[in-house]
Design a protein around this ligand. Structure first.
Ligand code: GDD
Ligand code: MN
Length: 375
């Protein structure tokens, strides 16, 4: 014992789980041994729980070197605790799960074996595939959870690889992710991992999310807002729209300035349009599509002009069709047209101008720019 090479690390983030921690560790050890998995460790990441969770773990660790407790001095949140756990994990495979029995320990060997067998980079324990479910949830809570799921799927395309991107129960292959690229904004670390590494191969295993028997949940209602901000910030389409909005403002500003300076109307309009386009282009390069900005920027600048022209043509055509068919007033027609134009512009930009497929390491730039040690 102890000398064997560790292949699997189970990370248990904890805050005040004194009532659960001993039982869950014992259960995990017996489940893993029963499955014939010997090269494992159990790593608790505790945020200095006042109830002494970490002390209990350290007592157990004296008798079993496969058990460890990492103690953080302050409570710095669930996501960074998980990142810290993955960072210190010795296993090639890392399972992240709650320490309160809401995630059944029996599933851990199944996640592990699925990863080994399929070669997947991530295996998600899902509540929303056939065979999965939740226990004791109100209709409202279930609806909220499903809405959040849908929001993630719409806004953050890489999450579509799993039916449960909100899951707090999953396996990752440590060598396939770069922790320094993660921004642990919300507490949905799985969504963050999938979004920052869009090339990951994902499998899933269904399970039933149990109700909590002992201890209290720490994740309150404000997490809904957190989640929405998190999902929006990961969404390329939202970034694209924000940039476009600012670009439109600049467009109007430059046009006004030019008119005031005595420029003829057509010139002022074209100056405004071009200023907006250049602004948009710069921000799409550096922000919206930051992982795809390699190669020749001049051809992308040209392409972006074409994409924008395509968007404007779509706006105009949609408006005209609706008005001529008597389906909408000019303003409503124009509004629908703008939506269509946005779609066309975004589609062409994402699909043609910045179409480079994201490959492993594509986010390195961002890591260098952004994060110091956040976890
Ligand atoms: N270290 C640390 N720091 N651990 C924490 C913190 C923290 O700030 N907050 C919570 N934990 C630990 C808890 O002790 C528990 O082991 C686990 O993280 C999950 O916390 P709960 O408070 O039990 O979360 P939940 O049951 O409401 O939410 C769970 O289900 C969600 C899906 O509905 C979590 O698994 C979520 O990640 C998941 O999205
Ligand atoms: Mn819980």
């Amino acid at each position: 014992m102890g000398e064997e090479k560790i292949d699997l690390t189970v990370v248990l983030p904890t805050y005040n789980e004194a009532e659960n921690i001993k039982d869950i560790i014992e259960r995990l050890v017996s489940v893993l041994e029963d499955a014939g998995i010997t090269g494992f460790e159990i790593l608790v990441v505790d945020d200095n729980s006042p109830d002494g969770t970490c002390l209990i773990v350290r007592e157990m660790a004296l008798k079993d070197s496969r058990i460890r407790c990492l103690l953080r001095r302050r409570n710095r949140g669930l996501s960074t605790a998980i990142m810290r756990g993955i960072h210190w994990a010795r296993g090639k495979y890392v399972v992240v799960m709650d320490a309160d029995f809401q995630h059944p320990p029996e599933l851990v060997p199944i996640l592990y074996m699925k990863a080994v067998k399929t070669g997947a980079d991530v295996v998600v324990a899902t509540r929303y595939a056939r065979g999965g479910g939740v226990e004791g949830w109100s209709r409202k809570r279930l609806l909220m959870s499903k809405l959040a799921n849908l929001t993630a799927h719409v806004l953050v395309p890489p999450t579509r690889k799993t039916s449960d991107p909100m899951s707090g129960f999953f396996l990752v292959r440590k060598d396939r992710i770069r922790l320094e690229t993660l921004k642990p904004r919300g507490y949905k670390i799985l969504m963050e991992i999938l979004a920052r590494h869009p090339w990951l191969r994902v499998e899933e295993v269904p399970y039933v999310f149990r109700s909590r028997v002992r201890g209290k949940s720490k994740l309150g209602a404000k997490t809904v807002v957190d989640f929405l901000i998190h999902a929006a910030s990961l969404s390329r389409m939202v970034r694209f729209g924000l940039v476009g909005l600012l670009g439109a403002l600049l467009n109007l500003l430059v046009m006004t300035g030019s008119l005031l300076a005595g420029a003829p109307l057509d010139v002022a309009s074209i100056l405004g349009i071009e200023a907006g386009l250049l602004f948009n282009f710069a921000f799409h390069e550096r922000w919206t599509f930051e992982t795809r900005m390699r190669g020749n920027w001049k051809s992308r600048l040209l392409g972006y002009h074409a994409a924008s022209a395509g968007g404007m043509a779509a706006t105009y055509t949609a408006m005209k069709l609706l008005v001529v068919a008597g389906l909408a007033s000019p303003i409503v027609g124009q509004a629908v047209g703008i939506a269509a134009g946005f779609g066309v512009n975004y589609g062409l930009s994402a699909g043609k101008v910045w179409r480079r497929r994201e490959i492993a390491g594509g986010r390195v730039q961002e890591a260098r720019r952004g994060d110091k040690k956040l976890y």
